[in-house]
Design a protein around this ligand. Structure first.
Ligand code: HEC
Ligand code: HEC
Ligand code: HEC
Ligand code: HEC
Length: 461
């Protein structure tokens, strides 16, 4: 066998790439299959309701999502293209199986490959390999759509799949391990598995495939326009926390249902320090808060104390998330460089995290506000991706501390003063104006009455 310089050098590159990125135990391995095995979502006409639910989801946008495109371009550049095929496996499983997409160039992608995590892919999955994660799905070559319905009445071949009722179905993509060193980059499935919801039999589908937020069952309806009425059907919404690109209303609802925020402080402090305790409880998420791509997601608590003059006595911010470390120990590391978890202070399901703060008491009443915020990514990434990424208030609470019992009783409007900061309360100028107008109307009526009586008397004379 004759080897050219070119083929030798490309072999060296390949060996290097394999050495860095391919450890079979954790590498993604979807089978090869033509994309013609998977009809496009546009062919699912009988399921128009389900299509309307899926279309705005991040699943439908998994390959075209600008935040994803921004990060994969970075990953591609940093690894000389080596990590890109790995990234693609979950973001376009059909494109990867069909060999239509292997790098940043998507021009060879069929319509169905462009649909990211599409209907036909999920409804061809029959099981998972071990370990669960990194696209561990077993995909059927047969032209049969599988789901949880035990009596499918479809014009196409359809069959029952118990696997679709399990969290493992989702876990095969929602556990992402580094392809060469296996460190958990995303561990939503494992977080769920080790938590209380798994023990209670509440799966991902119960919170993310129902009208929600929370476990909203039963949801009666039809699985297809031509099908029978059913006691419970799932929705193809898959809403999470992505307010910028996903179904904003549904994402916001879920974010607001995820956490409970408590604020403890004394009602009266004459002088000295005021001790404040905040407690965040993960009451609504079946996994850590936040979860998923937590080195990119942002969740933070902000605590402020403001006196009656508007002077800030306290402003503290605490961020929750995962910080990754690279092999040399540098942090924060990008996901492709991640070798170890450096810190992880997220909140497990049904668990709480408390924080303590203090500030020196002012003379008048002091308004203390605690708020928990979420953003899908940093300003920097949002700008790079050309996306407007709003901040969502997951929970907020305001309380007032007074310098004496008398001040507390006489100073009832204090909480309103806090609202004014948010622009939520009635404008005091307008309120005054209304009173003035009423007084003026009464005066005008009085004068008019007197004039009327005088005129009447004159006429009578
Ligand atoms: C991420 C994978 C995924 C995607 C994408 C997806 N489905 Fe589903 N689908 C499921 C799962 C899982 C179930 C069953 C849930 C359960 O039993 O817990 C299901 C259930 C169904 C059912 C049974 C009826 C019902 O609503 O419960 C139909 C029909 C269906 N899907 C059609 C579709 C169509 C059409 C699309 C695209 C517009 C789609 N699915 C997209 C995973 C998916
Ligand atoms: C083929 C891989 C795959 C499977 C199977 C899968 N997902 Fe996803 N999922 C993804 C990818 C990729 C994204 C991120 C897409 C993006 O944001 O660009 C995602 C995003 C999500 C989000 C986040 C949406 C948001 O608003 O931030 C939720 C929630 C979700 N999936 C739930 C589920 C559930 C529940 C299941 C199981 C029924 C499931 N997924 C199965 C790949 C998958
Ligand atoms: C008890 C309800 C519940 C269960 C069970 C549940 N989730 Fe969630 N999930 C939520 C809530 C609420 C949010 C929004 C708060 C957040 O972002 O963590 C969420 C958010 C998400 C997100 C978006 C995270 C982000 O910030 O981008 C993903 C992805 C997700 N869930 C996937 C899953 C998967 C996969 C499972 C099963 C292994 C699952 N969820 C089980 C309630 C649940
Ligand atoms: C094993 C499946 C899998 C692989 C491989 C994978 N991802 Fe993802 N990706 C997901 C899932 C699931 C989510 C949703 C998690 C969440 O919502 O927080 C996601 C979300 C994302 C997001 C967030 C998008 C948004 O709109 O907020 C980015 C960016 C991203 N992935 C980039 C990458 C890059 C870059 C790689 C390769 C280094 C990669 N992914 C490899 C499954 C995968």
């Amino acid at each position: 066998m004759r080897m050219t310089v070119r083929s030798v050098s490309s072999m060296v590159v390949m060996v290097l790439v394999l050495a860095v990125f391919a450890v079979p135990a954790v590498a993604a391995a979807l089978p090869s299959m033509p994309s013609s095995n998977f009809p496009s979502s546009t062919a699912c006409g009988c399921h128009s309701d389900l299509f309307t639910q899926w279309e705005p989801s991040m699943h439908a946008q998994a390959l075209t999502d600008p935040i994803y495109l921004y990060k994969i371009a970075e990953a591609d550049k940093a690894t000389g293209g080596a990590v890109t095929p790995f990234c693609l496996t979950c973001h376009t499983p059909v494109g990867v199986m069909a060999g239509e997409v292997s790098g940043l160039d998507h021009s060879g992608a069929s319509d169905v490959a462009n649909e990211g995590v599409t209907c036909a892919f999920c409804h061809h999955v029959t099981g998972t390999n071990d370990p669960i994660g990194n696209a561990s799905q077993i995909v059927s070559e047969e032209d049969v759509r599988v789901a949880q319905l035990k009596d499918p009445q479809a014009p196409h071949a359809a069959a029952y799949s118990q696997f679709h009722e399990t969290a493992e179905f989702c876990g095969s993509c929602h556990n992402v391990n580094h392809p060469s060193n296996g460190v958990h980059l995303e561990a939503t499935y494992t977080e769920w598995k080790n938590g209380p919801y798994s023990a209670e039999g509440i799966v991902c589908q119960d919170c993310h495939m129902t009208p929600g937020p929370g476990v909203t069952k039963p949801n009666p309806g039809k699985a297809a326009s031509t099908g029978p009425d059913r006691e419970h059907i799932y929705t193809m919404t898959f809403a999470g926390g992505n307010v910028a690109l996903g179904d904003a209303d549904k994402a916001e609802e879920r974010l607001k249902a995820a956490a409970q925020l408590d604020l403890e402080l004394p009602e009266i402090v004459e002088s000295g320090d005021v001790a404040v305790t905040t407690t965040i409880t993960n009451v609504g998420a079946g996994h850590y808060l936040p979860t998923g791509l937590t080195e990119v997601r942002q969740m933070w608590l902000e605590v402020t104390a403001t006196d009656a003059d508007g002077t800030e006595l306290l402003r503290e911010r605490r961020d929750f998330g995962t910080v990754m470390k690279d092999e040399a120990g540098n942090y924060p590391a990008e996901m492709w460089d991640a070798f170890e978890v450096h810190t992880d202070d997220r909140i497990p399901p049904r668990e709480s995290t408390s924080n303590e703060y203090s500030f020196a008491m002012a003379e008048g009443p002091v308004t203390v506000k605690a708020a928990l915020y979420y953003r899908s990514c940093s300003e920097e990434i949002a700008e790079g991706a050309g996306v407007e990424v709003p901040t969502t208030t997951m929970a907020e609470i305001t309380k007032t501390v007074y310098s004496s019992a008398e001040a507390m009783e006489s100073d009832e409007p204090a909480p309103e003063a806090a609202d004014q900061e948010d622009g939520a309360s009635e404008d005091p100028v307008t309120a005054l104006g209304t009173v003035e107008m009423l007084l003026m109307a009464a005066a005008v009526a009085l004068v008019a009455g007197v004039v009327f009586l005088i005129v009447k008397r004159r006429n009578a004379k």
